[in-house]
Ligand binder design. Structure first.
Ligand SMILES: C[S@@+](CC[C@H](N)C(=O)[O-])C[C@H]1O[C@@H](n2cnc3c(N)ncnc32)[C@H](O)[C@@H]1O
Length: 286
């Protein structure tokens, strides 16, 4: 696979000193897992991060963003870098990966503002990140480990920082992610390509590890997805105007009973028209 920024950059800028650059040697926290990744599979989450947290990034002089567990190739880190640079030209991105071979494979793609380092949940970067993205990483851990990883990562964030942890389908047509601040989880976002599902609860297969085993009767996330499907069915008449229109009407209907933001940056037509829906974490928490 070739990438747009394939030329090795000898004048690499690495934001802050890492463990491998002279600090104490720290054993990375975590386990090497499957490295599946793919071009553009995280596009929906990147777009959401830029829209919802772009202002946060711009409020910092040189905001540090970590892409944790980028996989067998750094393609999604390169895409994140480009998309966030468009929203915040001063952003610096570090890809952190626990597999040393995958770090070695990524090094030729370094450039000013973009670097790669071996590490795990301890995040061996020189200063607290304003944003950490971890996609398709925790699904390969146990549920208890996923909760513990959330705690570890939240503790590493800048005081106003955010962790975006999620899961998506192979080519990114179905995705679910949670945004967490240092204080805890804030929101859950469902995102889908309009041709990528029959009913909203099809996205349940992509729930983050901390929620996926809770999609059973009696749990809030199950009730939410049940109501999401009911609203979708009730809005079937809008089908004739297109699936996008039906999704927007479904979101508006669901927002009558569930804490769904209806204004930007998290909600309203501008987000819903993209096939997104964000709900407050408390509403679906186990
Ligand atoms: C399935 S790939 C995901 C790649 C990319 N984020 C994506 O969504 O396309 C998961 C990667 O996370 C890495 N990983 C697992 N645990 C990790 C940890 N604790 N710290 C850093 N990387 C980790 C694995 O080695 C693997 O390369």
């Amino acid at each position: 696979m070739t990438f747009p920024h394939a030329a090795p950059d000898p004048a690499v800028h690495t934001p802050g000193r890492t463990a491998r650059e002279g600090g104490p040697q720290v054993r990375p926290i975590g386990t090497i897992t499957r490295g599946t990744t793919g071009h553009n599979r995280l596009r929906r989450a990147d777009r959401w991060v830029a829209a919802v947290y772009g202002r946060l990034l711009r409020a910092h002089d040189a905001p540090l963003v970590v892409d944790l567990g980028y996989g067998a190739s750094p393609v999604t880190t390169l895409e994140l870098f480009d998309r966030l640079r468009a929203a915040c030209p001063a952003v610096e991105v570090v890809g952190v990966e626990i597999d040393p071979e995958r770090v070695a494979a990524a090094l030729p793609y370094r450039r000013e503002g973009l670097s790669f380092v071996r590490g795990g949940f301890e995040l061996p970067v020189g200063r607290p990140p304003v944003l950490v993205r971890a996609f398709n990483v925790l699904r390969q851990y146990g549920e208890a480990e996923a909760w513990a990883a959330w705690d570890t990562l939240r503790a590493r964030l800048a005081p106003d920082g955010v962790l975006v942890e999620g899961t998506c389908s192979e080519i990114g047509h179905r995705a679910v992610w949670v945004a967490l601040g240092p204080e805890g989880p804030r929101t859950v976002t469902f995102a889908a390509r309009f041709t990528g599902f029959d009913r909203p609860s099809d996205l349940a297969e992509r729930l983050p590890k901390t929620l996926i085993h809770r999609n059973v009767p009696g749990e809030r996330v199950h009730a939410f997805l049940r109501d999401f499907d009911r609203a979708w069915a009730a809005c079937a008449p809008y089908r004739s105007f297109g699936t996008r229109h039906r999704w927007i009407e479904t979101a508006a209907l669901l927002a009558r009973d569930w804490p769904i933001p209806t204004t930007p940056p998290l909600g309203g037509r501008a987000r819903w028209r993209l096939g997104e829906l964000t709900v407050a974490w408390e509403a679906v928490a186990p």
